[in-house]
Ligand binder design. Structure first.
Ligand code: SF4
Ligand code: SF4
Length: 272
């Protein structure tokens, strides 16, 4: 079991479960004695949408962002690639985006986990059949965090709204459909080529765009012109299209259409 799965198991087993209406006491502000303590020596797994937001915020290509700021942890039980934000190699291992005076320097585009903290959202579903299992909120109470001693109160729903989680959750749901796909339930593993494709689409979006527009991709697959226009310029649209591509290319779902001429040629090669 890798670190992420161990944490998930612990949360599902041990953490009190809360609804959106339950309330907690918390406030975080510049000047609080623990300011920035939560932005060091922490494992932050980045979602595809996190990477998209952060690389665009920094004006970098996805390759530059991944090479400079992330690690790719490997684990033999891992079914698909994961991306971890790399902490600096200083004594306190702080986040590369934290500044002593200002806190998070990419605040408007900070990752999902940072937005949610100290709350978390978990789903009991480990596979597609259970995917719609009842989600619940939980509260992380790190001993160093003084935010829990403040008087301000939030319901979990108010917190999520305040932290502008909406688009992160929307894309997160689409990603979860891939990560918990029923194809995995039979114990099958993706080939190294398919793992690479998964990584490219989900995290290296600029390389995926080159694959779509810089190869024979559009000669083989039907992508109408309006969609082409959207995915050429809009990373969110490209990522959603990429999820459809992965459902087709990894799991054989009919989410992408092969051009009839390509099919006919393939069939003619197969016939004796
Ligand atoms: S991304 Fe921002 S909020 Fe998240 S750990 Fe880094 S500095 Fe802190
Ligand atoms: S440790 Fe808690 S209160 Fe302190 S800065 Fe981080 S989130 Fe805010």
């Amino acid at each position: 079991m890798n670190g992420m799965e161990r944490l998930k198991t612990e949360i599902l087993r041990e953490y009190p479960r809360h609804t959106g209406d339950d309330r907690f006491q918390f406030s975080c502000f510049k000047g609080i004695s623990c300011f920035n303590k939560c932005c060091a020596d922490v494992n932050i797994f980045l979602s595809p949408y996190d990477v998209l937001r952060m690389k665009n915020r920094l004006g970098m290509t996805s390759e530059e962002f991944l090479g400079r700021y992330t690690l790719l942890p490997t684990d033999q039980n891992q079914k698909y690639p994961a991306v971890l934000l790399e902490m600096t190699h200083t004594e306190d291992k702080h986040c590369p985006f934290v500044s002593a005076e200002e806190g998070c320097t990419i605040y408007a585009d900070r990752p999902w986990a940072c937005r949610m903290y100290p709350a978390g959202l978990a789903s009991p579903g480990q596979n597609q059949a259970e995917r719609n299992g009842k989600e619940f909120y939980f509260l992380i109470k790190d001993t160093f965090c003084r935010g829990h001693e403040q008087e301000q109160e939030w319901s979990y729903q108010e917190w999520v709204d305040n932290q502008e989680i909406g688009p992160y959750k929307e894309i997160g749901e689409l990603f979860k459909e891939l990560a918990t796909h029923k194809w995995f339930e039979s114990g099958k593993d993706l080939s190294p080529e398919k793992i690479q494709m998964f990584f490219t689409v989900c995290y290296n979006l600029d390389a995926f765009r080159r694959m779509v527009f810089g190869t024979s991709f559009l000669e083989k697959f039907e992508v109408d012109e309006a969609l082409q226009e959207r995915i050429r310029h809009d990373d969110v649209e490209l990522l959603k299209f990429g999820f459809d591509w992965l459902r087709f290319s990894l799991f054989g779902e009919p989410t992408i259409t092969i051009r009839p001429s390509v099919l006919a040629e393939a069939n003619s090669r197969l016939s004796p």
